[in-house]
Design a protein around this ligand. Structure first.
Ligand code: CA
Ligand code: CA
Ligand code: CA
Ligand code: CA
Length: 387
């Protein structure tokens, strides 16, 4: 509540809300200085929530029977960058979008002066946002934690465990780092998580149940980016069944600007010789308009084509989230795995790339070549004659 004293969150996952058994509840209790009388015994059933001045805190009510909201709870850091601490609540039995027990987590924003009652089934984007599990029986939200600022954009991020998710093998588990965002994140569907929203840490092997426990780890390697730690209690280690393992994952940022999701090629993987053409797609987080101010033909993409680098030219896309660039292989071009020239290889060439939604210019920093979302990571295109 922004009064300078830390607050407390606790979960009651078996609470009945209205007629919804096991919807679960969480309670935030405002800290109070001893000099101001300190905290006395708290009677949670007496939380009123309509009286922000006198209430000792507020209640977060689960919105769905058998969702067990409050199974995990944590502080979340300052996810929306307004200077007030936020919190996160896991509901690992929730069934978002018809995915039975996919699980969910909810980030709730703190507020100066206090937060009124929160109903998780009607959470508005002013109150926080929902993180929905990717697949049925993933049990996302079995663990939740603040993560620190993993991607170094100034907003704190969160980490959510989904220990039964099976993308990496049956119940290999997964954890998701979801990025905070100044002015507030949108609702996140983990089955469609894009690079501007966060990233997934997939469990190594079937049965690992990775993500059963997750936490911020501080800055373990001293590079200025917050790191995270993930527990995989079912992992087998050196022949020891279920000895368990933990993984520290370093924060960092190789992803380019949040406005850009990925660069890939719609041309088939393979080798392209002189005179053949390659089509390259730059995908943005939201639709963009191309405004060719001085008739230069729009933006262009500098490719790493060997001794001399050449531009792919803009061919289509405006009012869409994808722009297409085309390149015709020139004599002398050589590449074993086609890449662009670097994070700043998208040259505006006098044009503007403007967000359709906000009307402002987007930031065109590309993922570092080789990193997730870059052309060389997503496509295998070689240039020149077979060596
Ligand atoms: Ca407080
Ligand atoms: Ca905040
Ligand atoms: Ca961040
Ligand atoms: Ca670090």
């Amino acid at each position: 509540n922004g009064d300078g004293v830390d607050d407390l969150i606790l979960g009651a996952p078996q609470a009945t809300i209205g007629t919804n058994g096991y919807a679960g509840a969480s309670y935030v209790i405002y800290g109070k200085k001893v000099a101001d009388g300190g905290l006395a015994s708290i009677e949670l059933s007496a939380f009123d929530d309509d009286d922000l001045t006198n209430d000792p805190g507020f209640k977060i009510s689960g919105g769905e029977a058998f969702s067990f909201s409050g199974y995990s709870v944590s502080g979340a850091g300052d996810v929306n960058g307004d200077g007030v601490a936020d919190m996160i609540v896991g509901a690992n039995w929730a069934s978002p979008s018809g995915r039975a027990q996919a699980g969910a987590a909810y980030v709730i924003y703190g507020k100066v002066g206090g937060v009124g009652s929160i109903d998780l089934s009607a959470l508005s984007l002013n109150q926080g946002f929902t993180i929905s599990g990717a697949a049925a029986q993933a049990f996302t939200g079995v663990s939740v934690s603040d993560a620190g600022d993993v991607n170094g954009d100034g907003s704190d991020d969160v980490i959510v465990g989904a220990f039964y998710e099976s993308a990496g093998g049956a119940q290999a588990g997964a954890s998701y780092v979801v990025f905070g965002k100044a002015d507030g994140q949108t609702n996140i569907d983990l089955s469609a998580l894009n690079r501007s929203q966060g990233f997934k840490i997939t469990g190594a092997t079937a049965g690992d149940q990775s993500g059963y426990a997750v936490s911020a780890a501080g800055d373990v390697n001293g590079d200025g980016f917050a790191d995270v730690i993930v527990g995989a209690y079912g992992a087998d280690t050196a022949g020891k069944t279920d000895a368990g393992a933990a993984y520290v994952v370093y924060g960092g940022f190789t992803g380019g600007s949040p406005d850009i999701v990925s660069v890939s090629s719609s041309s088939a993987d393979g080798r392209y010789d002189v005179g053949t053409t390659i089509s390259i797609t730059v995908t943005f987080a939201n639709p963009v308009d191309i405004i060719d101010i001085n008739g230069t033909g729009g933006p262009r993409l500098l490719l790493e084509t060997g001794e001399s680098d050449h531009y792919a030219t803009y061919t289509s896309g405006s009012g869409t989230a994808s722009l297409t660039f085309t390149y015709t292989v020139a004599p002398g071009d050589v590449s074993a795995d086609l890449s662009y020239a670097g994070p700043n290889a998208l040259d505006l060439n006098g044009a503007r790339i403007r967000s359709v939604t906000t009307g402002t210019d987007v930031t065109v920093v590309l993922p570092v070549p080789g990193a997730s979302g870059s052309l060389s990571a997503s496509s295998d295109i070689a240039l020149g004659p077979d060596p």
